[in-house]
Design a protein around this ligand. Structure first.
Ligand SMILES: Nc1ncnc2c1ncn2[C@@H]1O[C@H](COP(=O)(O)OP(=O)(O)OP(=O)(O)O)[C@@H](O)[C@H]1O
Length: 581
């Protein structure tokens, strides 16, 4: 070992080496993978077109999630802010921070602003619908106030009753437009994450007639009438589809496959809205051991190559959805609906072709109903009871999940709705809750219930994971480790100047035994060759780790020598000074 290569007698050197040691990256920064994935570009190449031909389709596909796609889940950190702070700041606001003439008000202490934490909270926004004609004719009082910073004040009905204050990430006041909801609810971030491989869910919750369906799909009949996609009345779903395709177009080097399904849960039965059949035969919800999640057996899924295909799915599903009239809403949804778009992306990362499987769900929950107010009887009453029961189970689950201390049983199995939302609520996905409320006095108690529900949901923590093919995930993580180890070893070698003893080339030759394979052919490799490849990567990995350990031992030894020598140096200098003096 050539100690002469080390400039040991300069005190600064010790410091430098020490600092370098501190700075040596032992692990890849957690965001590396997500950065790489998001940088890659993509092309849309779908398999089959659906166009407007859904009705003529007969084939069914099974929705059961593939085992190997979920086993390889990689935990990634939360990916960012909701909405766009700057554009919000530019909106008109009054002195207190609320937007009077504008209509969007955002909390400055939103719980989802932490860019670097592994955990995040469910993003909760509130949309307040305008006073409707009936309420106007009855001259109902407006009970809500918007002081700004994502806050809502509910005034009490009785005199002397204290107002209640609630705060959320964003509040959409009655004048907010559909475009505002797209821009500031955080849905754009959800779509971006779905493209990157996360499971994302946006759901609307609120009492009947509070504007859930309006928020998701616009006024009654709009989608079914085949309105132009540019209609300002379109809700979040159509706008999200447009944004999703924009994201895909922006990534021309990747290969995308989109698949959509649309179901409703009507009286605790799952009905396929894209293929209901004349008898509306219910589908079974089953548990998949491999993916450890619930799925709907035999659910019809449609390959969507173009934007029009997604519109057609939405149109068809909306036509088949169960809608009824009652005293509080002439077009009341009588079921919970779940529109799901799966986004498979084949991407090249770290020289490996891998696939991510993201998903965006739009859930339009049926509204909670006080049957006294809706005057429900017969069929509508049965529907209301089922709706209220499943919402109650959802409420229990949310309460359990939001209580950080309790780690008890979450009753997902108690309703079809919670079974299908389990994935989104349990924390592996990214979730946006849009709580819809009415501003008037007659709705106050339901409004407060919704706001409490939403406040509880806001406490639920999530830790999103990217789902990718298990084989891809393994190879990718091994490659990443190899890269990190190689970088670290190069750094160590240069830091300790031991080229003669620990020749980098020798190591490179020793370790780089893994053949450079044309990675886009990875899928065509037979199982046995894949096993060999993984074994080679593992061997390379362990050799590098060993080298790493050895280099650390050498460096520690050198540091000790250096310390002794510098002490000796100081002692001699002092002696020299003494002699001179
Ligand atoms: N922000 C809004 N702007 C204008 N109209 C709205 C708004 N929100 C709701 N509405 C109107 O109020 C009516 C009831 O809304 P909607 O059907 O969306 O309520 P809902 O919460 O889905 O009710 P349900 O649970 O009974 O299905 C509709 O005519 C809808 O167009």
């Amino acid at each position: 070992m050539e100690l002469t290569n080390l400039r040991l007698f300069h005190p600064k050197n010790t410091d430098m080496v020490y600092r370098q040691r501190q700075a040596t990256p032992m692990k890849a920064p957690p965001t590396t993978l997500s950065k790489n994935l998001s940088r890659s570009a993509e092309t849309l190449v779908a398999t089959t077109r659906c166009g407007k031909e859904i009705k003529t389709r007969k084939a069914r596909s099974t929705e059961q999630p593939s085992a190997n796609l979920t086993k390889g889940a990689l935990v990634l950190p939360s990916l960012g802010k909701w909405g766009d702070e700057d554009s919000l700041k530019s909106r008109s606001r009054n002195g207190s921070g609320s937007s009077r003439t504008g209509s969007v008000d955002r909390s400055t202490q939103g719980s989802t602003n932490n860019l670097n934490s592994d955990e995040d909270n469910i993003n909760v926004v509130v949309r307040v619908r305008p006073v409707n004609d009936k309420e106007l004719s009855l001259r109902e009082r407006n009970m809500l106030e918007f002081p700004g910073k994502g806050q809502i004040i509910c005034h009490g009905t009785a005199s002397g009753q204290k107002p209640k204050l609630f705060s959320y990430n964003v509040v959409f006041e009655p004048a907010a437009t559909q475009e505002d909801v797209l821009e500031y609810s955080g849905i754009k971030r959800l779509l971006e994450m779905a493209v990157e491989g996360f499971s994302c869910t946006a759901f609307c919750y609120g009492q009947t007639g509070s504007g859930k369906t309006h928020t998701l799909t616009g006024p009654p009949g709009l989608v079914e009438s085949g309105a132009s996609p540019h209609s300002p009345e379109h809700g979040l779903v159509v706008r999200s589809f447009v944004y999703l395709f924009q994201l895909i177009r922006d990534r021309p080097d990747c290969h995308f496959i989109l698949k959509a399904s649309f179901l409703e849960i009507y009286n605790e039965k799952v009905i396929d809205l894209l293929n209901p059949g004349s008898s509306r035969k219910p589908l079974q919800v089953r548990w998949s051991k491999e993916s450890r999640s619930f799925y709907v057996e035999n659910l019809f899924t449609v390959d969507c190559e173009q934007l029009d295909d997604l519109f057609a799915v939405l149109e068809e599903g909306m036509r088949n959805r169960s809608v009824g009239a009652h005293a509080m809403n002439a077009h009341s949804s009588r079921s919970h609906s779940l529109l799901s778009v799966r986004v498979r992306r084949d991407v090249r990362a770290r020289d490996v072709a891998c696939s991510t499987l993201g998903k965006i769900n739009f859930v339009d929950l049926a509204g909670s109903e006080l049957t006294k107010r809706t005057h429900s009887t017969g069929k509508t009453l049965e529907e209301a009871n089922n709706i209220n029961r499943s919402l109650m189970v959802l409420g229990y689950c949310i309460a359990q999940l939001s209580d950080g201390k309790k780690k008890g049983h979450i009753p997902y199995r108690d309703s079809k709705l919670t079974k299908l939302l389990a994935d989104s609520l349990s924390g592996n996905g990214v979730t946006l809750m849009i709580a819809c409320i009415a501003p008037t006095k007659s709705n106050l108690s339901e409004t407060i219930n919704t706001l409490r529900y939403a406040a509880r949901a806001k406490k639920i923590k999530s830790k999103p994971i990217v789902k990718m093919d298990a084989r891809d995930a393994l190879i990718l993580s091994l490659k990443r480790e190899v890269e990190v180890l190689q970088a670290e070893n190069d750094h160590l070698r240069s830091a300790i100047h031991v080229h003669s003893d620990y020749n980098a080339d020798t190591f490179s030759q020793r370790n780089r035994s893994t053949p450079s394979i044309e990675t886009n052919k990875l899928y065509q490799l037979p199982q046995s060759e894949l096993v060999d490849l993984v074994q080679l990567h593992m061997a390379e990995n362990s050799a590098l780790r060993q080298e790493n350990t050895e280099l650390f031992v050498i460096r520690d030894q050198l540091l000790r020598d250096q310390e002794l020598l510098s002490r000796e140096n100081e002692r001699l200098l002092k002696k020299l000074e003494d002699v001179n003096s």
